[in-house]
Every structure is written in structure tokens, then in C-alpha cells.
Design a protein around this ligand. Structure first.
Ligand code: NAD
Length: 523
């Protein structure tokens, strides 16, 4: 069977390589977290499929890169239109596949998926190609397409996170091989259909399905990729970095977090309570989630009582139901991982103020929203990423203590701060170790802004120009004033050797200046 029907939508379960569907001899089973039912068998790629996809991407690269940027962007806008037109299909399939809320997909996620193409298509058209004069020389800085980009993505927001990388890479003129997550592989297949219908040439976007150990590993060690963009966990990032190292492939890593919600007594308590409860979205399977509640003494009791009250009223259940607030965890393995973190924390002395284990009424993969207090400073539950609906609660006395606690992990993805004092907002945000700091808000970000993490949370930044810095080879061409031949009264760039150019420069009386510019510091 090469297609399955999920929520009424036909999905091809094969790879998409060089504009064609390709099967594999082996498959893996895709299971829905909602009720743990199998959705179908998905092609499990390995080195052969990855190699075919990289070759296809390589072959498609010159023509795609040479296309005028306006034409490339026009194709990408048609892809965005196709995504918008099929947003409901994509939302339903994604919900069934990874268990995240249908209402979130409808309202926020799928519109953002289309935007990942449209925004970067626009940005590519306005990309700077600087020309500047410098001491008589002309310097031209160009952003050249880098080549074949490997994209590896996680399951918690698979299509949104894949397109956040694919959009700018294609807009930059690169070609792409994407390896979707084995826990939620389906929407990537629909994206291939949409891109094809929008007129994306064969080989420009390739999808190789499969596990991380087989397809993922083969892609990361492939010698003919030029960029590797990975979103996922820290342990996997370490394995990928080692695999890519011999080929000196530039990496962009968006990894995990253990971010704080730092609430000061002078802040808006209603806002702080609302932000704390929001952390149960997507059952806590959000990299940016502010899972450590750090609350200033004085308001801590009231804050906690109100958070528990609000969180107790959250509706847990089937994510297809619009009334559901908290859904299931993605897989049995992940469920056991989350349960292990909570059990170990409780055994070590932490107290569950809410939840603390599976939702007994629902069974399956539904883990109850949980708040733990009293964990030992430095303990696992306060320092390691759980990636589930588990918040910890701690108090602090002074601003300095709050900052120290906020910065007390090896992660540095995001930090959220609630305060009513503008001076404190400035002081504290400046000292928080995080790629993104939100002050009295959460999850707001323009796609032009830099996004990424410090420490264990990643390598590099993407968004706006930062994406193009990664997906392009940036070149500085310096044109000597002596490096021109003159024919028929017009200047044209000639094949002039460095020595010849220097000789002409000397004859133009610029010897002294050139000596200072070419004293070997750039060699
Ligand atoms: P994961 O690291 O287990 O898997 C991510 C991807 O890597 C999957 O496609 C997987 O198949 C692949 N993979 C696994 N082993 C591989 C290998 N040896 N070689 C190549 N590829 C391999 O992560 P996950 O459990 O899917 O996702 C959750 C993690 O992702 C969390 O840590 C979360 O914080 C992080 N995340 C980060 C961001 C961000 O933007 N910073 C966003 C979402 C999720």
C-alpha cells in the first residue's frame, strides 16, 4: 500500500525523490498518540534512498540557484498558497499524527507554515548585495546559494519546524533533503504534493522518510551536503555533530530548553498566572516552554493557589475536540520518559501539588498536568528537559537571586519575565542567559528576528537575515582600481593577475596605499 487515508485525507507513505514517489523494501509503523492505533506503514529509508535524494538535490541545484530571485520567490509563494488552501487537511493529519491540538493548528500553526514560505520569498527579494567603495577599491558582498541543505526535524511541531528551515533555504537558492520525524512523518509527504503542484522543479525538495538511526544518520554523514539544519534534542545533536564533522558541514542547531518564568512581586499577577498555565499547551512538548516557575516571595502563595486552580480546570482529552486544552504525549517511549522524570523527582523529595502521573481516567498516553515543588536545587527535575506537562515551582527573595536561579541550567533558549518596573525589566533581561527574552509577554516573535539558543540550546541563529547568513555562501569580491582593462572607452573586468594589477596600481601612483591593504592580514 503506497497511500493511507488519515482523517479523510490521502497521504502517500513513500519518499519523494527527484519529483517521484519512491518505495523502500522496509517500513516502520506510524502510531497515533491519541489512541495508540497504527495509522499505517511508512517507507523506511536508509543510505541508498538518502544518496538518491542528495544526488537529485545536487543535480537540481544549478538551475534552481540560477533562477532569478523573483521567479524563485514566485514559486515559493505558490507553495504558500497551496499550504493555505490545504490548511485544514494539514491540520487534521498533523493532529492525528502527533496528538497536538487541532484548534492550535487551525488558529496559529498552519498559517505560520504558509508564512514560512511567503515571508522568506519576500525577504530573498530584498536581500542585500552590498557594493561599496573602500579606498579606491570596490567591494561587492554577495549572498550565493550554498548548495544542498539537509533538514532534520522533531515531532512536536513537524511541519512548522521543517518549513521554518525549508522556506529560507529554498528562497536562498539552495535545494533541500528533509528527513521528517518518524513519530510524525505524514505532513511532510503532503508538503511534497503541494510543492509539486505549485511547480517546484524535481529534485529541489526531497523527502526521505525513516528513522533517525538509519535515514537521519545516513543524511548527516553524507559527503555531498553543504548545510545541516537540525531541530531536536541535545543527545541527538551531539551524535549529528560528530557525524557531520569529517565533512566540515556548517551546522545550525535548535535544541532543547529548560526555560524560566520569572515572576516579580511588582508584576501583573493575572498575567503571570495566565502565562504559567499556558505552559501546558501541547502537553508541554514545546522547546520554548517556561517550565520553571520562579516566583518572588510575598506573592508566591497567592500565585501558586491561582495557578493550581486554573490548571485543575484544564480539559484533557482528544486533541480533535475544540474544547480540549491538554492532549496526549507523542509516544509510549516518551510517556515513560516523562513518567520517569516525575517519579525520580518525587522519590528525591519533590511534592506534586497537582497531577504527578498518568491521567487515570483517560489512560493511554495522557499524562496529567503536573506541578512539583520542593525539588532540591541542582536536581535533575530542575535542570534537565522533561518535554511534558510538568512545571516546577520555586521561590526567590531578591532580584539577584531570581536571576541566578533563572540562569542555573546549561540551557539558554528562552526566558520569560513578569515585572511592573521598567528599570527592572531592562536590568534583568540584560542578564538572562537566553536567545529570546519575553518581558510581560510570551511566544511573540517576528520571523525577521534572530531565533536560537545559548549553551546546550543550540548553535547559531535563524530568522530574517540570520537565515540567509546560514543558507548562503557570503562572498566579498574586492575589485582593484588597477584590475580593469579598458577597451573601446568602456571599463570591463579583465583576467588580470594580482601582480599585473599591482603593477598598474603602482603606475597609478597608489603603491603606498596598496601596501597597507595587502600586508598579509587577509591571507
Ligand atoms: P530527537 O533528537 O530525538 O529527534 C529529532 C530528529 O532527529 C528526528 O527526525 C530523528 O529521527 C532524528 N534523529 C535521531 N537520531 C538521529 C541520528 N543519529 N542521526 C540523524 N538524525 C537523527 O528529538 P525529538 O524527540 O524528535 O524532539 C524533541 C526535542 O526537540 C526536544 O529536545 C525539544 O526541545 C527539541 N526542539 C527544539 C526546538 C527549537 O527550536 N529549539 C523546537 C522543537 C523541538
Amino acid at each position: 500500500m503506497s497511500t493511507i487515508v488519515v482523517e479523510g485525507v490521502e497521504v502517500d507513505t513513500r519518499h519523494w525523490i527527484n519529483g517521484e514517489r519512491v518505495a523502500s523494501a522496509t517500513t516502520f509503523t506510524d502510531v497515533s498518540p491519541i489512541d495508540e492505533t497504527p495509522l499505517g506503514e511508512i517507507a523506511a529509508g536508509g543510505p541508498a534512498e538518502v544518496d538518491a535524494a542528495v544526488r537529485a538535490a545536487r543535480a537540481a541545484f544549478p538551475a534552481w540557484a540560477a533562477l532569478p530571485v523573483a521567479e524563485r520567490s514566485a514559486v515559493l509563494r505558490r507553495v504558500a498558497d497551496g499550504i493555505d488552501a490545504r490548511a485544514e487537511d494539514l491540520a487534521r493529519v498533523e493532529t492525528r499524527d502527533n496528538g497536538s491540538l487541532l484548534r492550535s493548528h487551525r488558529r496559529g500553526v498552519m498559517p505560520r507554515v504558509g508564512m514560512n514560505f511567503r515571508y522568506f520569498a519576500d525577504w530573498a527579494e530584498s536581500l542585500r548585495h552590498d557594493d561599496r567603495e573602500i579606498r579606491g577599491h570596490r567591494e561587492r558582498i554577495t549572498y550565493d546559494p550554498a548548495g544542498v541543505v539537509a533538514v532534520i526535524t522533531p515531532w512536536n511541531a513537524p511541519l512548522m519546524l521543517a518549513t521554518w528551515r525549508i522556506g529560507p533555504a529554498l528562497a536562498a537558492g539552495d535545494t533541500v533533503v528533509v528527513k521528517p520525524p518518524e513519530w510524525a512523518p505524514l505532513t511532510a509527504s503532503l508538503l511534497a504534493d503541494i510543492a509539486h503542484e505549485a511547480g517546484l522543479p524535481p529534485g529541489v525538495l526531497n523527502v526521505v522518510q525513516g528513522t533517525g538511526a538509519e535515514a537521519g544518520a545516513a543524511l548527516t554523514r553524507h559527503p555531498d551536503i553543504n548545510r545541516l539544519s537540525f531541530t531536536g534534542s541535545v543527545p541527538t545533536a551531539g551524535v549529528i555533530a560528530a557525524a557531520a564533522a569529517p565533512n566540515i558541514v556548517p551546522l545550525s542547531f535548535e535544541l532543547g530548553g529548560k526555560s524560566p518564568l520569572l515572576v516579580f512581586a511588582d508584576g501583573d499577577l493575572d498575567l503571570a498566572v495566565g502565562l504559567a498555565v499556558e505552559q501546558f499547551d501541547n502537553a508541554g512538548q514545546v522547546c520554548l516552554g517556561a517550565f520553571r516557575l520562579l516566583v518572588q516571595e510575598g506573592i508566591a502563595e497567592e500565585f501558586l493557589a491561582r495557578v493550581i486552580d486554573r490548571a485543575s480546570a484544564l480539559v484533557q482529552g482528544d486533541p480533535r475536540d475544540e474544547a480540549t486544552d491538554v492532549s496526549a504525549l507523542v509516544s509510549r517511549a516518551h510517556f515513560e520518559r516523562v513518567r520517569g522524570f516525575v517519579d525520580r523527582a518525587v522519590a528525591a523529595g519533590a511534592k506534586p501539588l497537582l497531577g504527578g502521573g498518568p491521567n487515570a481516567a483517560l489512560g493511554g498516553l495522557y499524562f496529567a498536568p503536573t506541578i512539583l515543588a520542593g525539588a532540591e536545587p541542582g536536581s535533575e527535575i530542575l535542570t534537565e528537559e522533561v518535554f511534558g506537562p510538568v512545571l516546577t515551582f520555586q521561590t526567590f527573595a531578591t532580584e539577584a537571586e531570581g536571576i541566578a536561579m533563572a540562569n542555573s541550567t546549561r540551557f539558554g533558549l528562552a526566558a520569560t519575565l513578569v515585572t511592573g518596573d521598567p528599570g527592572r525589566a531592562e536590568r534583568v533581561s540584560a542578564r538572562l542567559n537566553a536567545g529570546t527574552v519575553w518581558v510581560n509577554c510570551f511566544f511573540v516573535r517576528d520571523l525577521g528576528a534572530p531565533f536560537g539558543g545559548n549553551g546546550r540550546s543550540g548553535i547559531g541563529r535563524e530568522g530574517g537575515d540570520y537565515s540567509f547568513d546560514f543558507y548562503c555562501d557570503i562572498k566579498n569580491s574586492v575589485f582593484s582600481p588597477g584590475g580593469w582593462t579598458v577597451s573601446h572607452g568602456e571599463a570591463e573586468l579583465g583576467a588580470v593577475s594580482y601582480r599585473e594589477a599591482e603593477r598598474r596600481a603602482v603606475s597609478h601612483g597608489e603603491a603606498e596605499q596598496r601596501t597597507t591593504e595587502t600586508d598579509g592580514t587577509d591571507a
